[in-house]
Design a protein around this ligand. Structure first.
Ligand SMILES: NC(=O)c1ccc[n+]([C@@H]2O[C@H](COP(=O)([O-])OP(=O)(O)OC[C@H]3O[C@@H](n4cnc5c(N)ncnc54)[C@H](OP(=O)(O)O)[C@@H]3O)[C@@H](O)[C@H]2O)c1
Length: 223
Protein backbone atom coordinates (compact mmCIF):
# COMPACT_ATOMS: atom_id res chain seq x y z
CA UNK A 1 0.00 0.00 0.00
CA UNK A 2 1.54 3.37 -0.98
CA UNK A 3 2.10 5.88 1.81
CA UNK A 4 1.46 9.64 1.86
CA UNK A 5 2.49 12.09 4.57
CA UNK A 6 0.45 15.30 4.69
CA UNK A 7 1.76 18.09 6.95
CA UNK A 8 -0.89 20.70 7.73
CA UNK A 9 -3.88 18.42 7.21
CA UNK A 10 -6.60 19.83 9.47
CA UNK A 11 -8.69 21.64 6.85
CA UNK A 12 -8.71 23.10 3.35
CA UNK A 13 -6.31 21.65 0.78
CA UNK A 14 -4.51 19.49 3.34
CA UNK A 15 -7.67 17.77 4.54
CA UNK A 16 -8.81 17.16 0.95
CA UNK A 17 -5.40 15.59 0.17
CA UNK A 18 -5.99 13.21 3.06
CA UNK A 19 -9.52 12.45 1.86
CA UNK A 20 -8.49 11.72 -1.74
CA UNK A 21 -5.44 9.60 -0.90
CA UNK A 22 -7.51 7.58 1.57
CA UNK A 23 -10.30 7.16 -1.00
CA UNK A 24 -7.66 5.67 -3.34
CA UNK A 25 -6.62 3.18 -0.67
CA UNK A 26 -3.37 4.83 0.44
CA UNK A 27 -1.97 4.68 3.94
CA UNK A 28 -1.98 8.31 5.07
CA UNK A 29 -0.01 9.88 7.92
CA UNK A 30 -1.57 13.25 8.64
CA UNK A 31 -0.03 15.99 10.77
CA UNK A 32 -2.20 18.62 12.44
CA UNK A 33 -1.72 20.85 15.46
CA UNK A 34 -5.25 20.99 16.90
CA UNK A 35 -7.36 18.32 18.54
CA UNK A 36 -10.17 19.00 16.05
CA UNK A 37 -7.76 18.68 13.12
CA UNK A 38 -6.46 15.38 14.43
CA UNK A 39 -10.05 14.17 14.80
CA UNK A 40 -10.88 15.20 11.23
CA UNK A 41 -8.01 13.21 9.74
CA UNK A 42 -8.69 10.23 11.96
CA UNK A 43 -12.30 10.30 10.78
CA UNK A 44 -10.99 9.82 7.24
CA UNK A 45 -8.94 6.79 8.27
CA UNK A 46 -5.56 8.55 8.40
CA UNK A 47 -3.00 8.04 11.15
CA UNK A 48 -2.88 11.31 13.11
CA UNK A 49 0.39 12.92 14.17
CA UNK A 50 0.25 15.97 16.44
CA UNK A 51 2.52 18.64 14.96
CA UNK A 52 2.66 22.41 15.11
CA UNK A 53 5.20 23.26 12.41
CA UNK A 54 6.41 26.26 14.41
CA UNK A 55 7.46 23.90 17.21
CA UNK A 56 11.04 23.02 16.28
CA UNK A 57 11.32 20.45 19.06
CA UNK A 58 8.24 18.62 17.78
CA UNK A 59 9.64 18.67 14.22
CA UNK A 60 12.87 17.13 15.46
CA UNK A 61 10.92 14.17 16.87
CA UNK A 62 9.38 13.35 13.47
CA UNK A 63 12.33 11.28 12.26
CA UNK A 64 11.77 8.84 15.11
CA UNK A 65 8.00 8.76 14.58
CA UNK A 66 8.50 8.04 10.89
CA UNK A 67 11.44 5.64 11.16
CA UNK A 68 11.05 2.52 9.02
CA UNK A 69 8.22 4.08 6.97
CA UNK A 70 8.90 4.48 3.24
CA UNK A 71 7.17 7.65 2.03
CA UNK A 72 5.94 7.58 -1.56
CA UNK A 73 4.65 11.13 -1.21
CA UNK A 74 5.25 13.84 1.41
CA UNK A 75 3.44 17.16 1.16
CA UNK A 76 4.42 20.19 3.21
CA UNK A 77 1.12 22.04 3.02
CA UNK A 78 0.87 24.10 6.23
CA UNK A 79 0.87 27.79 5.45
CA UNK A 80 -0.39 31.15 6.69
CA UNK A 81 -1.42 34.37 5.01
CA UNK A 82 -0.82 37.19 7.49
CA UNK A 83 0.09 40.89 7.32
CA UNK A 84 -2.31 41.41 4.45
CA UNK A 85 -1.88 44.30 2.04
CA UNK A 86 1.11 45.71 0.21
CA UNK A 87 2.88 46.83 3.34
CA UNK A 88 6.64 47.22 3.18
CA UNK A 89 6.55 47.45 6.96
CA UNK A 90 4.87 44.31 8.30
CA UNK A 91 4.85 43.95 12.05
CA UNK A 92 7.69 41.92 13.46
CA UNK A 93 5.10 39.45 14.77
CA UNK A 94 3.49 38.96 11.35
CA UNK A 95 6.89 38.66 9.66
CA UNK A 96 8.07 36.08 12.17
CA UNK A 97 4.86 34.04 11.91
CA UNK A 98 4.85 34.01 8.10
CA UNK A 99 8.54 33.21 7.75
CA UNK A 100 8.49 30.60 10.50
CA UNK A 101 5.41 28.76 9.21
CA UNK A 102 5.99 29.10 5.47
CA UNK A 103 9.80 28.90 5.30
CA UNK A 104 11.69 27.82 8.42
CA UNK A 105 9.33 24.90 9.06
CA UNK A 106 9.94 23.52 5.55
CA UNK A 107 13.71 23.86 6.02
CA UNK A 108 13.53 21.99 9.31
CA UNK A 109 11.15 19.34 7.97
CA UNK A 110 13.32 18.23 5.04
CA UNK A 111 15.98 16.40 7.09
CA UNK A 112 13.26 14.74 9.17
CA UNK A 113 11.31 13.30 6.27
CA UNK A 114 14.09 12.65 3.73
CA UNK A 115 15.00 9.18 5.09
CA UNK A 116 11.47 7.96 4.38
CA UNK A 117 11.45 9.59 0.95
CA UNK A 118 14.78 7.98 0.08
CA UNK A 119 13.42 4.57 1.02
CA UNK A 120 10.58 4.86 -1.51
CA UNK A 121 12.34 7.14 -4.02
CA UNK A 122 9.32 9.29 -3.39
CA UNK A 123 8.10 12.79 -4.22
CA UNK A 124 8.30 15.77 -1.85
CA UNK A 125 5.82 18.54 -2.65
CA UNK A 126 5.94 21.97 -1.04
CA UNK A 127 2.70 23.93 -1.24
CA UNK A 128 3.86 27.23 -2.64
CA UNK A 129 1.89 29.81 -4.59
CA UNK A 130 2.05 31.61 -7.88
CA UNK A 131 2.28 34.67 -5.64
CA UNK A 132 5.80 33.50 -4.74
CA UNK A 133 6.93 33.82 -8.36
CA UNK A 134 9.11 36.90 -8.82
CA UNK A 135 8.93 36.45 -12.60
CA UNK A 136 5.12 36.69 -12.53
CA UNK A 137 4.75 39.40 -9.86
CA UNK A 138 2.40 42.04 -11.21
CA UNK A 139 1.35 43.71 -7.96
CA UNK A 140 2.83 44.26 -4.51
CA UNK A 141 -0.36 42.99 -2.84
CA UNK A 142 0.08 40.51 0.03
CA UNK A 143 3.80 41.31 0.00
CA UNK A 144 4.77 39.38 3.11
CA UNK A 145 3.07 36.24 1.79
CA UNK A 146 4.77 36.66 -1.61
CA UNK A 147 8.17 37.07 0.05
CA UNK A 148 7.64 33.98 2.21
CA UNK A 149 6.57 31.81 -0.73
CA UNK A 150 9.50 33.06 -2.85
CA UNK A 151 11.76 31.93 -0.01
CA UNK A 152 9.92 28.60 0.17
CA UNK A 153 10.61 28.15 -3.55
CA UNK A 154 14.33 28.47 -2.81
CA UNK A 155 13.95 25.79 -0.15
CA UNK A 156 12.24 23.51 -2.69
CA UNK A 157 15.03 24.04 -5.23
CA UNK A 158 17.70 23.39 -2.60
CA UNK A 159 15.91 20.22 -1.43
CA UNK A 160 15.76 19.00 -5.04
CA UNK A 161 19.53 19.45 -5.37
CA UNK A 162 20.13 17.76 -2.01
CA UNK A 163 17.99 14.73 -2.87
CA UNK A 164 18.75 14.42 -6.59
CA UNK A 165 21.20 11.54 -6.16
CA UNK A 166 18.66 9.57 -4.13
CA UNK A 167 15.90 9.35 -6.72
CA UNK A 168 13.67 11.74 -4.75
CA UNK A 169 11.88 14.38 -6.78
CA UNK A 170 10.92 17.72 -5.21
CA UNK A 171 8.23 20.04 -6.57
CA UNK A 172 6.98 23.48 -5.58
CA UNK A 173 3.24 23.51 -6.32
CA UNK A 174 0.62 26.19 -6.90
CA UNK A 175 -2.85 24.80 -6.10
CA UNK A 176 -4.73 27.48 -8.03
CA UNK A 177 -7.02 29.97 -6.30
CA UNK A 178 -9.00 27.59 -4.14
CA UNK A 179 -12.18 27.93 -2.05
CA UNK A 180 -10.74 27.40 1.43
CA UNK A 181 -10.52 29.58 4.54
CA UNK A 182 -7.41 31.13 2.99
CA UNK A 183 -8.67 31.40 -0.59
CA UNK A 184 -12.14 32.63 0.39
CA UNK A 185 -15.61 31.85 -0.95
CA UNK A 186 -15.04 33.84 -4.13
CA UNK A 187 -12.09 31.71 -5.24
CA UNK A 188 -12.09 30.11 -8.67
CA UNK A 189 -11.65 26.44 -7.81
CA UNK A 190 -13.33 23.82 -5.68
CA UNK A 191 -10.84 22.18 -3.36
CA UNK A 192 -11.57 18.74 -4.82
CA UNK A 193 -10.61 19.83 -8.35
CA UNK A 194 -7.40 21.47 -7.17
CA UNK A 195 -6.33 18.45 -5.15
CA UNK A 196 -7.21 16.03 -7.94
CA UNK A 197 -4.88 18.01 -10.21
CA UNK A 198 -2.13 18.35 -7.61
CA UNK A 199 -2.13 14.59 -7.05
CA UNK A 200 -1.77 13.99 -10.79
CA UNK A 201 1.18 16.36 -10.98
CA UNK A 202 2.83 14.64 -8.00
CA UNK A 203 2.12 11.19 -9.41
CA UNK A 204 3.68 12.05 -12.78
CA UNK A 205 6.70 13.96 -11.42
CA UNK A 206 9.89 13.26 -13.39
CA UNK A 207 13.55 13.77 -12.50
CA UNK A 208 13.64 16.64 -15.03
CA UNK A 209 10.79 18.40 -13.23
CA UNK A 210 12.47 18.17 -9.82
CA UNK A 211 13.35 21.59 -8.42
CA UNK A 212 10.72 23.43 -10.46
CA UNK A 213 7.26 24.94 -9.78
CA UNK A 214 4.03 23.74 -11.39
CA UNK A 215 0.38 24.61 -10.99
CA UNK A 216 -2.34 22.03 -10.27
CA UNK A 217 -2.72 21.33 -14.03
CA UNK A 218 0.99 20.65 -14.47
CA UNK A 219 1.73 23.99 -16.14
CA UNK A 220 5.24 25.23 -15.25
CA UNK A 221 5.53 28.56 -13.40
CA UNK A 222 8.73 30.56 -13.73
CA UNK A 223 10.56 31.46 -10.52
N1 LIG B 1 -6.34 28.56 -1.07
C1 LIG B 1 -5.62 29.11 -2.05
O1 LIG B 1 -6.18 29.75 -2.96
C2 LIG B 1 -4.13 28.94 -2.07
C3 LIG B 1 -3.44 29.49 -3.16
C4 LIG B 1 -2.06 29.34 -3.24
C5 LIG B 1 -1.39 28.63 -2.25
N2 LIG B 1 -2.07 28.11 -1.19
C6 LIG B 1 -1.29 27.38 -0.18
O2 LIG B 1 -1.86 26.10 0.04
C7 LIG B 1 -1.63 25.69 1.39
C8 LIG B 1 -2.97 25.30 2.03
O3 LIG B 1 -3.83 26.42 1.94
P1 LIG B 1 -5.38 26.39 2.29
O4 LIG B 1 -6.04 27.23 1.28
O5 LIG B 1 -5.85 25.01 2.54
O6 LIG B 1 -5.33 27.22 3.65
P2 LIG B 1 -6.19 27.14 5.00
O7 LIG B 1 -7.56 26.69 4.70
O8 LIG B 1 -5.97 28.44 5.69
O9 LIG B 1 -5.43 25.97 5.79
C9 LIG B 1 -4.11 26.17 6.23
C10 LIG B 1 -3.61 24.86 6.81
O10 LIG B 1 -2.28 25.08 7.32
C11 LIG B 1 -2.26 24.63 8.67
N3 LIG B 1 -1.29 25.35 9.48
C12 LIG B 1 -1.06 26.67 9.54
N4 LIG B 1 -0.12 26.93 10.47
C13 LIG B 1 0.21 25.73 11.02
C14 LIG B 1 1.11 25.33 12.03
N5 LIG B 1 1.86 26.22 12.71
N6 LIG B 1 1.23 24.01 12.31
C15 LIG B 1 0.49 23.09 11.65
N7 LIG B 1 -0.40 23.40 10.70
C16 LIG B 1 -0.53 24.72 10.39
C17 LIG B 1 -3.67 24.91 9.18
O11 LIG B 1 -3.89 24.23 10.39
P3 LIG B 1 -4.88 24.84 11.56
O12 LIG B 1 -6.27 24.35 11.22
O13 LIG B 1 -4.35 24.25 12.82
O14 LIG B 1 -4.79 26.34 11.50
C18 LIG B 1 -4.48 24.38 7.99
O15 LIG B 1 -4.53 22.98 7.99
C19 LIG B 1 -0.96 26.87 2.08
O16 LIG B 1 0.44 26.65 2.14
C20 LIG B 1 -1.27 28.04 1.18
O17 LIG B 1 -0.31 29.08 1.28
C21 LIG B 1 -3.41 28.25 -1.08
Amino acid sequence: MPVALVIGASRGIGLELVRQYRADGWRVLACARSASGLEHVQGLGAEPIALDVTDSAAISRLKTTLSHIALDVAIINAGVLVGRGDSFAPSQADFDLAMHTNVLAAMQLVPEIEPGLRKAKGVLAMMSSRMGSIAEMSSPSELLYRVSKAALNAVAKAAALRLAGDGVRVLALHPGWVKTDMGGKGAALEVGESVHGLRNVIHNATDEQSGLMFDYRGTPIAW
